[in-house]
Design a protein around this ligand. Structure first.
Ligand code: ADP
Length: 434
């Protein structure tokens, strides 16, 4: 509104100058000459103001030019915009410094690479952890400096949802965890953490659980033998303690199942990073498992849709264990007449194994924790079905070591769907499962 008012005034002034020019021209005998002189005057004044703006914007003069009317208003607008953008730039610069300072002070290595994977910036920890230096290696490809095939593969595949874990090897003594995020036009911010201590603790835990489970097998076998012997004796005393003997027998069997699962889990964990090189025909494997389960559950309805023929690289024993755990769970946690469906299909281009049931379903709050060791939704129900709470932990480990994603979907009261989605294989182990 103000600008329009000034604009009208400026126009009025121009018309007035032209009028005065024309009047003077008339007085001196040539209206055209008078008009021309006043027009040249107006044009000169406008060019002069434009020249001042140009000098100011190209920073020849620092002071904001002063003028009245519409030009003054324009100078004020430009000045305001200039100071706003200077303020924004200042804020941006200070947050950039703040960010760089915080990355610098981190104990983890932080590296920024350009879209071609060349080192653009790194903090001091990257130097000490990885033996690279910004002065020497700036502009060089990061992968050629790290020389770790699993790291190169991880960057090349470009799926950074799960961090990459690089276990210690002959060349690289430490256990590293890599997290990558892309920003800008393909630049990458890479965090590398030294998790050797955590890795050692995990190893100790695995060894401990493995050893204890192994050592407990012998006493348990002895106990089982005595209980069975006692049960087979024909004496008054035995008939008096028949009930406790049956209870003992049941508990020994439960412990046996638990030890079997624990040993299996520690075996899978130990060989988790190992490359899967054997082609497995999943359709055949699933058909074989279902045939065995039909014998164990003769009255249950199991529907199969095995539509994908290609093999995947894997370990048949591990896959056998994961698939049967999923199907047995579907049978265990659904009613006698409920249908269980097993599918092996391509889903969005990925080979996917799906086990679907129409059973009791799982409340949403339990779903994220199901793959934790010993996690059971309903302990008493699970004990009745002979559950150990280790089945889905095993499935999750098998999935991770086969580069597959385990998806769990369930509607409480209506049924559950468990899927293993197999992704293209790349070397190196992703972060361990629970
Ligand atoms: P468990 O040996 O107790 O079956 P799992 O690790 O296999 O242990 O499963 C953990 C828990 O997840 C189970 O206790 C059960 O409550 C729940 N669960 C697993 N599969 C299903 C399913 N298909 N339907 C409903 N609940 C399930």
């Amino acid at each position: 509104m103000t600008f329009l008012k000034h604009w009208w005034r400026a126009l009025f002034r121009v018309v007035a100058i032209l009028g005065v020019g024309a009047g003077l021209g008339f007085y001196f005998g040539s209206v055209a000459s008078g008009l021309l002189v006043s027009l040249v005057f107006v044009l000169f004044y406008w060019s002069y103001q434009m020249f001042r703006v140009e000098q100011w914007l190209s920073e020849v003069t620092e002071e904001e030019p002063q003028a009245a009317g519409v030009w003054g208003l324009l100078f004020d607008y430009i000045h305001r915009l200039q100071s706003q953008s200077a303020e924004a730039q200042g804020r941006l610069e200070s947050s950039l410094h703040y960010l760089q300072d915080s990355l610098k002070s981190m104990r983890d290595a932080a590296i920024i690479t350009d879209p071609w994977g060349n080192i653009a910036w790194m903090n001091d920890s990257a130097g000490s952890l990885l033996g690279i230096s910004l002065d020497r290696d700036e502009g060089r490809p990061l992968v050629s400096k790290m020389r770790l095939p699993s790291f190169s593969d991880y960057l090349a595949v470009g799926d950074y949802r799960a961090p990459l874990r690089i276990p210690p090897s002959r060349k690289q003594k430490r256990c590293l965890q890599v997290e990558v995020s892309s920003f800008g036009g393909g630049d990458k911010l890479i965090f590398i953490k030294d998790i050797t201590e955590q890795y050692k603790l995990e190893m100790m835990r695995r060894d401990f659980v493995g050893n204890v489970s192994h050592e407990l097998r012998t006493p348990l076998t002895v106990l089982k033998g005595y209980v069975e012997n006692l049960q087979s004796l024909d004496s008054d005393l035995v008939s008096k303690i028949k009930r406790p003997l049956v209870q003992m027998d049941m508990q020994v069997v439960r412990m046996e199942v638990l030890l079997k699962d624990l040993l299996w889990l520690s075996r899978i964990e130990t060989i988790e990073g190992a490359d899967k090189t054997l082609p497995i025909n999943m359709a055949d494997l699933v058909a074989e498992i279902i045939e065995d389960l039909r014998a164990a559950y003769p009255e249950r309805k199991i529907d199969t849709q095995l539509e994908h023929d290609d093999s995947i690289l894997g370990d048949a024993t591990e896959l056998h264990s994961a698939i049967s755990n999923l199907i047995v769970n579907a049978l265990k946690y659904s009613g006698h007449d409920d249908l269980v469906t097993v599918e092996w299909k391509l889903n969005l281009g990925f080979p996917t194994l799906t086990v679907r049931d129409e059973g009791e379903g799982i409340k949403p709050q339990h779903i994220p924790r199901l793959t934790e060791r010993f996690y059971r939704v309903d302990k008493s129900r699970s004990q009745a079905t002979g559950g150990t709470g280790l089945g889905l932990a095993i499935v999750k480990h098998v999935a991770v070591s086969h580069n597959a994603e385990l998806l769990i979907d369930s509607v409480y009261g209506q049924g559950s769907v468990f899927s293993m989605v197999f992704k293209p294989h790349h070397k190196g182990s992703q972060a361990a499962a629970h």
